[in-house]
Design a binder for this molecule. Structure first.
Ligand SMILES: NC(=O)c1ccc[n+]([C@@H]2O[C@H](COP(=O)([O-])OP(=O)(O)OC[C@H]3O[C@@H](n4cnc5c(N)ncnc54)[C@H](OP(=O)(O)O)[C@@H]3O)[C@@H](O)[C@H]2O)c1
Ligand SMILES: *[C@@H]1O[C@H](CO)[C@@H](O)[C@H](O)[C@H]1NC(C)=O
Length: 329
């Protein structure tokens, strides 16, 4: 026994540096793996007999979220603007989930008419709506306008979803307990709402516009939750993680070659769309969050958003402005 302890002590002494390096490397790999994996939604909840609508579900995070909802047995509506890509995605989801109840409906969030048409179709033809996932998004595009003359990122990411959600509220209220999930982003942290120049006409910057639209998502969640208190409809906003999707499609072509080369190894490290769907899935189904509403999530857990996303007065002001812009006031 004495000898054994002696040997260990001797070994530790001789290989101290090597052991320290191994420990640090081990801890590093564990941390990296944890960071790469992010949160995972472990809920086994089934959604048989329930209906889920997901915007922008033909690719990326939305498609993976739709696949998960289909595997749980829900009727899944993919609300997409590109019907060809949406039909291909729907067929893939039907095959991978073994759930035939996956349908496609046309939705272009850059057109209020398209939003109203989709909402009318759903209201008239669907018996219920249990989960609405506002997932579609556009990032850092040039200074573009929607059909109604809104700045594109604010128009699609916020205003289109604002109108869609409001138009679907009756059906959601008839289907309680029901949930509204709003996919925002970490980008909201550097955002501010430019109430004096909401379209950023004076000085359009694509990052500023994206951040404003994602901050609007978190503020919308907060205000909507307070308006829906006691109705049985709960609301969640979230950051999905940094995920390998097509979101960079407007940004990447504008980068210089050296910037693109720098970005390549990062692209290989960042998470897959199925990892990116976990927090959306968590907010949509996890039993532990059934009574939570108005919170912001990251890695399958509530997280405190930036201070400007907790501003009640700004949330109300944004609601009133949005309502008048989309003609709801
Ligand atoms: N990827 C990330 O690292 C990351 C990080 C933070 C937050 N997010 C958020 O995650 C959400 C999903 O993005 P993603 O990463 O999965 O990107 P993505 O692969 O580009 O998917 C975006 C989806 O939104 C749809 N969309 C865009 N404009 C639309 C419009 N006018 N009407 C209807 N649908 C429209 C796209 O449809 P088309 O294919 O027809 O264009 C596509 O289905 C977004 O809200 C994004 O802001 C992503
Ligand atoms: C939610 O509230 C209901 C009613 O008060 C309660 O029965 C249930 O246990 C709560 N669920 C959670 C996860 O807190």
């Amino acid at each position: 026994m004495q000898n054994y302890a002696e040997t260990i002590r001797h070994l530790l002494k001789r290989h101290a540096t090597g052991l320290a390096v191994a420990c640090v490397a081990g801890a590093g790999i564990l941390a990296l793996r944890r960071w790469l994996a992010g949160g995972v939604c472990r809920s086994k909840v089934r959604l048989d007999g329930k209906t889920v609508l997901i915007t922008g579900a033909n690719t990326g995070i939305g498609k993976e979220t739709a696949l998960d909802m289909a595997k749980r047995g829900a009727r899944v509506i993919l609300a997409c603007r590109d019907m060809t890509r949406a039909c291909i995605a729907a067929e893939e989801i039907r095959q991978q989930s073994g759930n035939g109840n996956v349908v496609v409906k046309k939705l272009d969030l850059a057109s209020l008419q398209s939003v109203r048409d989709l909402a009318k179709d759903v209201e008239e033809n669907e018996g219920r709506l249990d989960i609405l996932i506002n997932n579609a998004g556009i990032m850092m595009c040039p200074k573009w306008k929607t059909d109604d003359g809104f700045e594109m990122q604010f128009g699609v990411n916020h205003l289109g979803h604002f109108l869609l959600t409001n138009c679907l509220l009756n059906l959601l209220k008839k289907s309680t307990p029901s949930r509204i999930v709003i996919v925002s982003s970490l980008a909201h942290e550097k955002g501010s709402i430019d109430f004096d120049d909401i379209h950023l006409d004076v000085d359009y910057q694509r990052e500023t516009s994206y951040r404003q639209s994602k901050l609007a998502n978190v503020l919308f969640c907060k205000e909507l939750a307070s308006r829906l208190q006691g109705t049985g409809v709960t609301v969640y906003s979230l950051h999905p993680g940094v995920i390998r999707t097509e979101l960079g499609r407007h940004l990447l072509p504008t980068l210089a070659l050296w910037q693109r080369i720098l970005v390549t190894p990062i692209m290989m490290l960042i998470k897959s769309p199925s990892a990116g769907a976990q927090t959306s899935i968590y907010c949509a189904v996890d039993e532990s969050q059934a009574n939570a509403s108005g919170l912001y999530y990251s890695d399958c857990a509530p997280k405190k958003p930036a201070p400007q996303a907790l501003d009640d007065a700004a949330a109300k002001k944004l609601w009133d402005l949005s309502a008048s812009m989309v003609g709801l006031a």
